[in-house]
Design a protein around this ligand. Structure first.
Ligand code: PRP
Ligand code: ZN
Length: 296
């Protein structure tokens, strides 16, 4: 058996590029020849296998791939689909924070909706029949599920369904098809999954290394380093305005005894409003810098 990890990533589509970017940011180098189904990392014992996202849970469950990056939507749909026979042998390691979207039920804009009961006896088109079935049974609604593999949003126009249950991200697809969202079925984002088949100690160690790196990248993405000058008597106020701040470093200024430099790590995104408030509190020469890595 190979001692190299194998991770399954979506071949094309909404997760593909960002999954690769995340691995890149975690320090993994691989050659970028698009036509290949396999990338091999030169500086980490890991190979990437590109698959249709629908196939990723099965490959990971079967242990053909040790890891996978997949949407919670696909994972949950596949889990429900397998519940009656052998359940998927997968554990979720971490939500990855990108490809955020939700699965929702939508109706033609002109239709009335007064709660789940309004869906009774309707035909609902979806690529997520198991999640939809669960939603309907949880809400005691009897409706017909019309399973469609793509372009679900045009089903009402084609008169093959009265409603749809599909992924919504910006809402643009619904709007351009004169549909309105009426019920949220599932929140989704990308996540890292691992097979539950037994792995060698070597692989387990490498997974932990990869996880630590990914956590570092994700933490750094929302953390900023702030530097500013402040009047001495405004320091307390300024400290209270910096979001998620750890104890700052205060440095005297060479030229002006009434002012200090404040250097701080903000554990949350720093928005323009915060900067405006810092200015109002007396801060000047404000710098907000991205942080590349955080290792605690
Ligand atoms: C999803 C979904 C909608 C669209 C919604 O499709 O099926 O078509 O995204 O996004 P929006 O709210 O930003 O318009 P996806 O792009 O994943 O492709 P697919 O339908 O071909 O699977
Ligand atoms: Zn779509």
């Amino acid at each position: 058996m190979s001692s190299r990890l194998r991770i399954a990533i979506q071949k094309g589509g909404r997760l593909s590029e960002k999954s690769l970017k995340l691995l890149n940011q975690a320090g993994l180098d691989f050659d970028n020849r698009k036509e290949r189904l396999f990338y091999s990392c030169q500086n980490f014992p890991l190979d990437i296998m590109f698959l249709r996202d629908d196939d990723i849970p099965e490959y990971v469950s079967d242990g053909i791939c040790d890891l996978g990056i997949v949407g919670v939507n696909v994972l949950e749909e596949k889990k429900l689909g397998r519940i009656t026979h052998s359940p998927l042998q997968i554990k979720k390691l971490k939500n990855l924070g990108f490809a955020k979207c939700h699965l929702a039920i939508a109706l033609p804009e002109k239709d009335q909706f007064d709660g789940p009961g309004s869906l009774s006896k309707k035909r609902i088109a979806t690529s997520y029949p198991h999640l939809l079935k669960k939603y309907l049974s949880d809400n005691n609604v009897e409706a017909e599920i019309v399973e469609i593999s793509g372009s679900v949003e045009i089903a009402p126009t084609l008169k093959i369904a009265d409603a749809i249950c599909d992924l919504v991200s910006t809402g643009g697809t619904l709007r351009s098809n004169q549909l309105k969202e009426v019920q949220k079925v599932l929140e989704s984002e990308s996540c890292l999954i691992q097979t539950e088949t037994k792995l060698s100690e070597e692989k387990a160690t490498d997974i932990q290394r990869l996880l630590d790196r990914i956590s570092g990248v994700m933490l750094a993405a929302e953390t900023k380093y702030i530097m500013l000058n402040a009047p001495l008597d405004a320091v307390d106020k300024i400290k209270s305005l910096i979001p998620g701040m750890e104890e700052p470093t205060i440095i005297p200024l060479a030229s002006d005894a009434s002012k200090v430099a404040v250097h701080a790590v903000a554990r949350e995104n720093v928005f323009w409003e915060t900067i405006e408030n810092l200015k109002l509190a007396g801060a000047s020469s404000i710098l907000v810098l991205p942080i590349e890595k955080i290792i605690s």
